[in-house]
Design a binder for this molecule. Structure first.
Ligand code: GLP
Length: 253
């Protein structure tokens, strides 16, 4: 269910190897993609490894988890821009197969429905990457979101806006709302890898470990998924009780 690695770079190595193997065995893989600081070393490692192994990514399809409402794809802080910067511009993807919610969609509820429909029509996500918010959110599914909630518009929690303000220039305002893939679509992925790194995630990871499955901590829902793995570095795992950290759980390098 969870594994502890020494540091973010060994996690990047591990997750990147999983992605490469998946795409090699199924070139038309559908990936669910996440943004955030946690994913940056993972995408950097994946790009390097993909280049080295001359991986063909042209048949790959991707669906991003979320996007801020009010930001155009050209806005430097949009998740569309993040994806271009950290992943899409570096490899020969087919742009028509790369999907993100549209933060400027005129009819947001209709757009959410269409996004979920397009995702299902693609055959569904084979491998979903997730980070986790300091309050346990996945995508932008904030605490209290129903587990059967589909793709929807969300008012961001105060803590989320504070956490994410580090990505925005001082004085500029973090958008108040976003479109997010719902808990329903996330749980339909055939395989899920959630990554949490750094001390700032240690408290929520400890709560995730101690509590059952509760909508108050959205990522506890992964305990119900048959093929979900939570991948931690030592810092994020630092508040787990000792008995949780048996040697068999520990993976080095
Ligand atoms: C953001 C994103 C999430 C991401 C989370 C963690 O709010 N919507 O998808 O997983 O925050 O971000 P970070 O990796 O920067 O800690």
């Amino acid at each position: 269910m969870f594994r502890v690695f020494p540091d973010p770079s060994s996690i990047a190595e591990y997750v990147s190897a999983i992605l490469i193997a998946k795409i090699q065995s199924k070139p038309d893989t559908v990936l669910g993609l996440a943004t955030g600081g946690t994913m940056e070393p993972i995408y950097a490692r994946f790009v390097a490894q993909a280049r080295q192994s001359k991986l063909d990514v042209s048949r790959l399809t991707s669906f991003n988890l979320d996007e801020y409402i009010g930001l155009s794809p050209d806005h430097p802080k949009s998740y569309a821009a993040y994806m271009r910067e950290h992943l899409f511009q570096h490899l020969a993807f087919d742009a028509a197969r790369l999907h993100l919610p549209d933060g400027l969609a005129p009819d947001l509820p209709a757009h959410c429905k269409a996004y979920a429909t397009r995702l299902r029509a693609s055959g569904g996500v084979d491998l979903q990457l997730l980070g986790v918010g300091g309050n346990g959110h996945i995508g932008f599914n904030e605490p209290g979101t129903a587990f059967d909630c589909p793709c929807h518009v969300v008012e961001l929690a105060e803590q989320t806006r504070i956490d994410n303000s580090r990505f925005f220039a001082e004085g500029s305002i973090v958008p108040a709302s976003a479109i997010t893939m719902g808990m329903a679509e996330i749980m339909e992925a055939r395989e899920i890898l959630l990554v949490a790194t750094g001390e700032s995630k240690a408290k929520i990871v400890a709560r995730w470990y101690q509590q059952g499955v509760t909508e108050a901590i959205p990522f506890t829902v992964l305990k119900r998924h048959p093929r979900a793995m939570v991948i931690l570095d030592e810092a994020a795992a630092s508040l787990l009780p000792d008995d949780a950290r048996q040697p068999r759980m520990l993976v080095s390098g």
